[in-house]
Each structure stands twice: as C-alpha cells, then as structure tokens.
Design a binder for this molecule. Structure first.
Ligand SMILES: Cc1cc2nc3c(=O)[nH]c(=O)nc-3n(C[C@H](O)[C@H](O)[C@H](O)COP(=O)(O)OP(=O)(O)OC[C@H]3O[C@@H](n4cnc5c(N)ncnc54)[C@H](O)[C@@H]3O)c2cc1C
Length: 406
C-alpha cells in the first residue's frame, strides 16, 4: 500500500510548480499528475504569442521529459479525471480506474467563456485554450482570409498580431471604449490603438458584435449599430470560466472558482486547488504568474509546510504590434489620487499615485525596464518630499529608483 500519494488533477503550469514544491520537501512520496491533454505540460501563453510557431516543439514544454523522470513525477497524459471522492480519498479516471490519494490538488484550469449570439456555432468561429484549438484554427485558414478577433484584451490583441504577422487581414472588435481596459488608461490605450491601426487593422471600439452571419461558414459580422464587416473567420477571446465541475460534484465549495484559503486548501481539508480553477479572496486571477505561485504554495502546504499565499502585484508584459509595454499594479485613474505622464520624450510612461504611494505604472519602455517599477510598487514606496507639481517626471523617477531597495 502506498503511504503517501499526491494526486494532481490537470497538467498545466500550476501542477508543475506544485509537484516541484512537493518533491523539494518530500523525497519519497509518489507524485502523479493526471492531464486530459495528450502532452507534457506546456507553455499555454505561446498559443497566442507564438500561434504560427511550432507549438509541438519541445521548446514549448514547461519542463523536459527528463526533468519529470529525475524528480520521479509521473505524468499521465490523455487521462481525464471524471469524479473525485473526498470521503473515500479516491479519484476515478474516464477509463474507470480508481486511484487513491492522501492529498489531492485540483488544478484543472479554466475554459474560455463561450460566445452566445446568432452564428456562434458556424464553422470557422473559434477560440484558443489548448494546442488542439490552435492547430484547428491554423488548419482552417486560407490565404487571404479576413479574420475578425472579438475581444480587445491582451490575449485577443496578441492573437491578432500573430495573424497580422502571418499576412492575414484583421479586424478587432472590442465592446468597451478602449483596448486592454484592465491594463491601460485612456492615453496608453489610444497610443496602442493608433499603432495597431497603422498595421492596417480595422479597430472597432465601443460596440460589440451583434451576430455572426453565414450559412455554413462565416461570411461576416454585424456590429450593434448594424455595420456589416465581411470576414471568413472569427476568433474570440472574451474571458475565462474556471473548470470547477469536479469540485462542485464532490460537494466542495465553489463560487466563481474553487474557493481556497490562504494555504490553497479547499473546503475539504485534504483537497487543495490552485491556478485558474481556484478563487482566493473572491478573485480568480487567471494569470500565468499567479498559477505558478499558487501551485507552489499549494504544493508546500500539501507537503506539510504552512506557507500562506500572498497575491503579487499584477503585472502584464505585452509585446505585439512592435509596441512593447508593461502595466503594473493599480492603473485606474478613477481609483488613484493623481496620475502623471512623462510625454517630454519617448517612450511614454505614466505613474499612478494613491495615498502618497506609487500604486501603478504603465510604460512603453521594453519589459526589461519593468523591474524597478515593480519593486517600487511592491514596496509601497512613499513619495513624501517629491512634489509632482514641481519635480519633473525624470527627477521623480530618479528619486524613486534611489529609494527602492533593489
Ligand atoms: C492563448 C492564451 C494566452 C495567454 N496569455 C497569457 C499572458 O500573456 N499572460 C498571463 O499571465 N496569462 C496568460 N494566459 C493565461 C495562462 O495561460 C493561465 O493563467 C495558466 O495557464 C493557468 O494555469 P493552470 O495550471 O491553472 O491551468 P491550465 O494551464 O489551464 O491547465 C489546466 C489543465 O488541466 C486539464 N484538465 C482540466 N480538467 C481536467 C480533468 N478533469 N482531468 C484531467 N485534466 C484536466 C486541462 O486540459 C489543462 O491541460 C493565457 C492563456 C491562453 C489560453
């Protein structure tokens, strides 16, 4: 009989970092990852950023096969877990195998929010969550196709850039009044939109797609104001829905995601959750960095360490349409006391101040420049003695860098 068997359901980045944390603190236990996909855990972000690269290459894997072997971590690919029994401490696979665990981690990720409108089920209406989705989209494209990307968030824009680079004509439709509304203020968003339009993309803001038109295949989209935009493909990216069915059916507390405490423990003591599937303090993070850290913290706690999860300052590193930018922390002008923009020279940078502390930054500097800002925000760097009314942005930034301890 196996004394300790850690079972991790879902083979994404959260699982890899949980398995690593467990192995670092428990050399003997059996660690098994069960994943529905037919691959070792891979870098999901590449599906949009590198859509037309070889997504089946080993370079896309989070860890190479030999890493799992060396660490004695068993990855069971193409093995979907269909039920869990928290009382009996077992999980069941789709092919009827019952597996006992002593600690269970649910890191089942999320699914893309589905479009619900006329035409949403037409051929060539697609979204990207896994490698099969990406393969299908690429196979469906013909030379000269026009592609409508619904959703002007990070993922939508990065996908649009992949299409533009591959030579397709692209339309971006965003129902909100600006692109990347969660990461950019009006000014930065306008700069980005101008750049995207400069690449020949038709950017439609402030109204959504009302319906997709076509008989079998897509012929175009109709916007809310009745405008018809011809296209042959629709790719949408309109948010995520955590995969919570297993937990819900097992009577584990679920709200938006699987509810966890600061130890990533669910309402059932021996069942943990991490990554896109989980909800901590009312928030489903849905971010790569958050999934890594939540997986690590879950693993540590499962292995008997008591380490609380602390949500990091959100950071978005973006590089598409030849416009590298980063957005860190609170960048909503309405929630800040003051926002300042250095426009005297390129690249444009804005800082956001709340309660005398630097709370957020948006910058079109390369991502390499993001670290000092991130540190300043994490350290809640006080700005006393720096007067935004009299000090130049350059002076303020120099002073901020001096004060932060990096
Ligand atoms: C195209 C794309 C681009 C993205 N870009 C960014 C970005 O630029 N920055 C960023 O921060 N984040 C980005 N994300 C989000 C990021 O990829 C996720 O936050 C991260 O992958 C979450 O990791 P996870 O391990 O929680 O879940 P996932 O990576 O979703 O992995 C979960 C795995 O569990 C499997 N699974 C589900 N149910 C079962 C079951 N019952 N049995 C077995 N296996 C199961 C799924 O098939 C999946 O393989 C992007 C996501 C996508 C899809």
């Amino acid at each position: 009989m196996i004394e300790k068997h850690y079972v991790l359901v879902g083979s994404g980045v959260a699982a890899v970092h949980a398995a690593k944390a467990i192995r670092d603190h428990d050399e003997q236990a059996v660690i098994s990852i069960f994943g529905a996909e037919d691959a070792l855990p891979y870098n999901r972000i590449k599906l949009s950023k590198g859509l037309f690269s070889d997504l089946h290459s080993e370079k896309v894997l989070i860890k190479q096969e030999k890493w799992y072997q060396k660490n004695k971590i068993e990855v069971h690919s193409s093995r979907t877990i269909t039920t869990i029994d928290p009382e009996g401490k077992t999980v069941a696979t789709a092919d009827g195998q019952i597996i006992a665990y002593h600690k269970l981690l649910l890191c089942t990720g999320a699914s893309n929010r589905k479009l619900s409108m006329d035409g949403a089920t037409l051929r060539n209406v697609a979204n990207i969550r896994d490698r099969n989705d990406a393969d299908r989209i690429k196979a469906s494209l013909l030379n000269g196709n026009r592609i409508c990307v619904i959703g002007g968030g990070v993922q939508g824009i990065e996908t649009a850039w992949s299409f533009v680079e591959a030579g397709y004509q692209v339309i971006i439709v965003e129902a909100a009044s600006r692109l990347m509304i969660r990461q950019l203020d009006q000014q930065a968003s306008t700069l980005l939109a101008e750049k995207i339009i400069g690449f020949g993309v038709n950017v439609q803001l402030g109204q959504g797609v009302k319906r997709i038109l076509g008989t079998d295949c897509v012929q175009g989209v109709e916007l809310e104001d009745g405008t018809f935009l011809p296209c042959e493909n629709v790719v949408y990216s309109i948010g995520i829905v955590p995969n919570t069915v297993l937990a819900h059916q097992a009577g584990i507390q679920v709200e938006m995601g699987i509810v966890v405490n600061e130890n990533m423990q669910t309402s059932h003591a021996d069942v943990y959750a991490a990554g896109d599937a989980s909800e901590f303090q009312g928030i489903v993070e849905g971010l790569w960095g958050g999934a890594i850290e939540q997986g690590r913290i879950a693993g540590l706690n499962m292995a008997g360490k008591s380490v609380p999860y602390q949500r990091a300052v959100p950071i978005t590193l973006f590089n598409a349409f030849e416009m590298p930018l980063f957005s860190i922390g609170l960048v909503d002008e309405r929630q800040c006391d003051i926002s300042l923009t250095r426009t005297d020279r390129e690249p444009n940078t804005s800082i956001f101040i709340k309660d005398g502390v630097i709370a957020g930054v948006i910058s079109f500097e390369g991502v390499a420049a993001s670290l000092p800002y991130k540190t300043a925000i994490e350290q809640k760097l006080k700005l006393d003695g720096i007067d935004p009314a009299h000090n130049s942005m350059e002076e303020m930034m120099t002073e901020m860098m001096k004060r932060s301890t990096i």
